[in-house]
Design a protein around this ligand. Structure first.
Ligand code: FE2
Length: 385
C-alpha cells in the first residue's frame, strides 16, 4: 500500500552476492504478502533470521466476549482503562469481530526485555496521549500525539515511551490496511482529491544495525495466542531493505478535511480501509457555508454497519457530555443522530475543533468483559429530551 522505499544498503541487483566487510554473506529475506502475490520487501540481515533457540509455553490473549449479540447504543469511558507497566499487558480489547479488534492501552513502561510481532493482524496504533519511538526491523518511527502508527503484520517491533502517561487506541485488522481505493490511481499513487498524499506518510528512519548474537525474546501473536520465541540473533540486524511492505506514520493533523456548502457524508472523513471496515478521521474544519445550512449531522440509520467513534479532543458538536477517550458504539439497526439541542446550536456556527477517530464495521461488533467495566449504562437513553 505505501509507495516504494529504501533504507540502508541493498545490493544493486536482487538475489545476488552481497557481502559484509569481513567477506561473509548478508542473509537475504523476502517478506511477502498474499502468497508472494502482493506487496513485499527484501531485507538484508547480518545473520539468517531463522535461528530459533527455544520456545516457551504459549498463552492465550483472546478477548473474552461478554455480549456477542448487541442491539443497543453503548458508550464506554476509555480513559478509565487500567494503566499497566507492560505494553502488551496494557492492551485491553473492548469491541471485536472476525475482521477487527478495537483495544485501548495505557502502557507506563518501555519494552526493554522483549520484542513483539503480531502475526495475525495489521495494527493501527492511534496515539491519543504520549510520545516515544516504535523501533522496528525496518528502522525507527518516532511518534507523538495524533499519529496513526501503521504496523503491517509480521513486523517485529519494540515500543519506547518518553513518559508514563500514555493513551493508545489500537485497531487490529485481520486484512491489510489500505488507502481508500477511490483515492488511489492504478499505479498506487494518491490522487489529487485525496485528503492526504505521500508526503504525509512518514516511513521508518534511522536504521540501526544490531550485529549481535545471544538470546532475544520475541513474543509472536497468532490465533490469539502469544508464543514466546527465543532467537539466537538480534531481530534488528538489518543493514538495509527496500520494497512496499513497511510500517509508517500518518498524523491525523495532516488529514485535510473535505467540506462543502451543505453537510458532507461520513465517507469524506475516511482515512483507511480494510476488509469489512473503514477508518475515518474527524478533524477541525470550517462548517458548511450554505446560508441556511445545518452543520450538525442528520439522524442516520446504519442499516449495514456498526459505527464506533473514539473521541480525541475538542467539542463534539452533535454530542453532549463527551469526554476524551470515550468510545460510542451505534450498532446496525437503530437510528442515531445529534443529541437534543445540538442541531439548533450548530446553525450559524463557523467551525469545529472536534477530533475523533471513527471505525465503521460491516459486521456486528461484540462487547468484551473488560468493556462492560468501562460502560456508561444509560447512554442509550441519552437522546430523550
Ligand atoms: Fe453516526
Amino acid at each position: 500500500m505505501p509507495h516504494y522505499f529504501k533504507l540502508g544498503q541493498v545490493p544493486p541487483k536482487r538475489h545476488t552476492v552481497f557481502r559484509k566487510p569481513n567477506g561473509d554473506l548478508y542473509a537475504e529475506q523476502l517478506i511477502s504478502t498474499e502468497g508472494f502475490s502482493d506487496v513485499s520487501t527484501l531485507a538484508y540481515h547480518c545473520y539468517p533470521p531463522t535461528m530459533v533457540k527455544h520456545i516457551e509455553e504459549p498463552y492465550s490473549v483472546a478477548p473474552i466476549v461478554a455480549n456477542d449479540k448487541n442491539m443497543q447504543h453503548r458508550s464506554f469511558k476509555g480513559f478509565n482503562v487500567q494503566a499497566e507497566d507492560d505494553y502488551l499487558d496494557s492492551r485491553v480489547p473492548v469491541l471485536v469481530n472476525n475482521d477487527v479488534y478495537l483495544s485501548l492501552a495505557a502502557p507506563r513502561k518501555s519494552m526493554t526485555d522483549y520484542f513483539f510481532k503480531n502475526s495475525q493482524a495489521d495494527e493501527v496504533i492511534f496515539i491519543h496521549k504520549g510520545s516515544g519511538v516504535v523501533k522496528t526491523i525496518y528502522g525507527q518511527l518516532p511518534f507523538k500525539y495524533g499519529d496513526h502508527v501503521v504496523i503491517p503484520r509480521g513486523t517485529i517491533y519494540q515500543v519506547e515511551l518518553d513518559q508514563e502517561d500514555n493513551r493508545f487506541f489500537i485497531i487490529e485488522s485481520f486484512s491489510p490496511i489500505r488507502y481508500p481505493k477511490r483515492y488511489v490511481n492504478d499505479m498506487g499513487q494518491l490522487l489529487e482529491h485525496s485528503p492526504y498524499c505521500e508526503r504525509d506518510i512518514v516511513p521508518p528512519s534511522n536504521l540501526e544495525t544490531f550485529d549481535e548474537k545471544g538470546d532475544f525474546k520475541v513474543l509472536i501473536k497468532r490465533d490469539d495466542m502469544v508464543y514466546p520465541y527465543h532467537m539466537a540473533t538480534h531481530p534488528f540486524d538489518l543493514v538495509g531493505w527496500d520494497g512496499y511492505h513497511y510500517p509508517f506514520i500518518f498524523s491525523i493533523h495532516n488529514f485535510e478535511p473535505i467540506t462543502g456548502r451543505v453537510h458532507q457524508p461520513p465517507p469524506v472523513h475516511q482515512s483507511f480501509e480494510a476488509h469489512n471496515f473503514v477508518i475515518c478521521a474527524f478533524v477541525p474544519r470550517l462548517y458548511d457555508y450554505h446560508p441556511e445550512s445545518i452543520p450538525a449531522p442528520y439522524n442516520h440509520s446504519n442499516v449495514d454497519s456498526d459505527e464506533v467513534l473514539y473521541y480525541v479532543d475538542g467539542d463534539f458538536m452533535s454530542r453532549k457530555s463527551v469526554e476524551k477517550g470515550q468510545i460510542t458504539l451505534h450498532p446496525t439497526g437503530i437510528p442515531h443522530g445529534p443529541h437534543p439541542g445540538t442541531v439548533e446550536k450548530s446553525i450559524g456556527a463557523k467551525e469545529t475543533q472536534e477530533l475523533a477517530v471513527m471505525v465503521d464495521t460491516f459486521k456486528p461488533l461484540k462487547i468484551t468483559e473488560q468493556a462492560l467495566k468501562l460502560e456508561d449504562r444509560d447512554y442509550y437513553k441519552s437522546w430523550l429530551k
